[in-house]
Design a protein around this ligand. Structure first.
Ligand code: GDG
Length: 447
């Protein structure tokens, strides 16, 4: 058995390996643990000139982290523009907010070629290569062009829209053709697999596409949640609640997460169910991401404004309905915060999977479990029917679900939570990786 080679846009820095934020790094951190592996990608650093493109290697606990820097121009065009201002919104069904420039497409291919140039010499013939996410769609093809013959699989962490949306991308066919060079293409849900299958049908191609819903390490997360309930910071949160119910939201600050819609829903709840005024506190943790992209800056401003508006309108001099934190919270505290919470609000407008929904479930306890409110449009929704499923565009539905969750009797909460916990326990990150990699090993070579 050769090594496992993971390739993703970002390789976590030593600090991020301990405190990963973001679904992909969290999921993969669990996968590489204990396997001889090499993780290749961008360091997160900028450097100009030829030195930027040298590979730096560091081996920690059997995992070699091999990184290159990018120039600021590469970062801007490949990462901010093409990946995050075009593919990300389009694949999240938002063609109305995309920006396309041919120079960005060229930079996208340029960085994928650079990755292939730097990675190919590090490879051994029996390595299995697993490429992650939308930044690296053409990488498999670029590696093949450099004579790499081992198995190469690809996993798309974000949703895949149907052809009618996909074709808005001016280079859609070219990119999908490049993606077809992988021996296996994994997506999150059956809906994504159907959509991608439809795109390939239109193009007359038939690559292997399968759904592999990603999971978490539920025991690990549960343990962190239990172990840290006595932490002074967690105690501070509990004491500050003074017996009020806690509603929690945890998201990267991203328009796909439905944060504005959630706040409107919460406001409708405060208006329509005044009996809960002063009896609840909504803690929204929303660390900013992709701060160089204009749409994210605009969302940040809108959120700041809306939180201020709702708090100003409904607060009393000794109670504030929303606590809004843009500082990331350390993972062990986050786990215990989830454990304290009575309700989690997870309302993406579209989401590949959404690990937060699964983490909330893992952190709860059977004696007094909280209730998960989950958007239909999260990839997690089809496997979590015991959550209170909502359409995030319907503010009143969010309001109703909040009232229902906060007044739900213990036995009903336990019944729902036990079913959800069983599901989260079955489809773990480790199982996800095992299923993907064994399907990849068994796949027929694509070239
Ligand atoms: C992509 C897809 C798919 C968040 N805030 C803090 C923090 N987080 C952690 C969460 C969770 C992760 O970041 C976010 O994961 P999600 O799955 O919710 O979302 P994306 O980052 O958009 O991930 C997504 C995922 O990839 C995996 O395939 O599920 O659909 O979009 O683990 O807990 N962690 C810490 N502090 C924070 O403030 N420590």
């Amino acid at each position: 058995m050769g090594r496992l080679i993971i390739v993703s846009n970002r390789v976590p820095s030593p600090h991020e390996r301990v405190q990963p934020v973001g679904g992909l790094t969290v999921g993969l951190a669990d996968v590489v643990r204990g396997v001889e592996s090499l993780w290749f990608g961008w360091s997160g650093q900028h450097a100009e000139g030829a030195a930027a493109q040298d590979v730096t290697c560091e081996t920690v606990a059997g995992v070699t982290y091999a990184t290159i820097d990018l120039t600021s121009a590469q970062h801007e065009r490949y990462y901010e523009h093409f990946s995050n201002d075009l593919i990300w919104p389009l694949f999240h069904y938002r063609p109305g907010i995309i920006t396309y420039h041919r120079q960005d497409l060229a930079a996208y291919y340029g960085v994928n070629d650079l990755f292939a140039d730097r990675l190919a010499p590090l490879l051994r013939p029996d390595d299995t290569i697993w490429v992650h996410d939308y930044h690296l769609i053409p990488l498999g093809q670029a590696l093949r062009a450099r004579g790499v013959t081992g198995k190469i699989g690809f996993f798309l962490h974000i949703p895949c829209p149907p052809w009618s949306v996909m074709r808005v991308l001016p280079c859609a066919e070219e990119l999908l053709r490049a993606m077809a060079a992988y021996d296996l293409i994994g997506v999150q849900t059956d809906e994504d697999a159907r959509n991608l299958g439809e795109c390939y049908e239109v193009m007359g191609l038939d690559p292997t596409v399968r759904a592999f819903p990603i999971g978490i390490d539920p025991r690990g997360f549960e343990q962190e949640a239990k172990d840290n309930v006595g932490d002074p910071e967690v105690r501070r949160l509990r004491e500050s609640l003074r017996g009020r119910k806690l509603i929690i939201g945890v998201d990267r600050l991203d328009y796909s997460k439905g944060l504005l819609e959630r706040l409107h829903g919460y406001e409708a709840f405060l208006k329509r169910f005044p009996e809960h005024l002063r009896g609840v506190i909504f803690v929204q943790i929303a660390p900013p991401s992709r701060e160089g992209v204009a749409n994210y800056q605009a969302l940040r401003r809108e959120l700041d404004e809306l939180v201020g508006f709702v708090n100003g309108k409904h607060a009393d001099f000794d109670w504030t309905p929303i606590r809004y934190l843009t500082q990331p919270v350390p993972r062990h505290l986050l786990a215990s915060f989830h454990r304290l919470a009575d309700v989690a609000l997870v309302t993406p407008l579209r989401d590949g999977m959404n690990l937060v929904a699964k983490e909330f479930v893992a952190a709860q306890d059977d004696a007094d479990p909280g209730v998960l409110i989950l958007s239909h449009f999260a990839g997690a929704a089809p496997d979590m029917p015991e959550a209170l499923l909502v359409n995030p565009y319907d503010t009143d539905e969010i309001a109703d679900a909040l009232h229902q969750a906060l007044t739900m009797p213990l036995d009903a909460r336990q019944k729902r939570w036990r079913a959800l916990r069983a599901e989260v326990g079955l489809n773990t990150a480790a199982e996800w990786a095992k299923r993907f990699l064994s399907t990849l090993e068994a796949s027929a070579p694509s070239s």
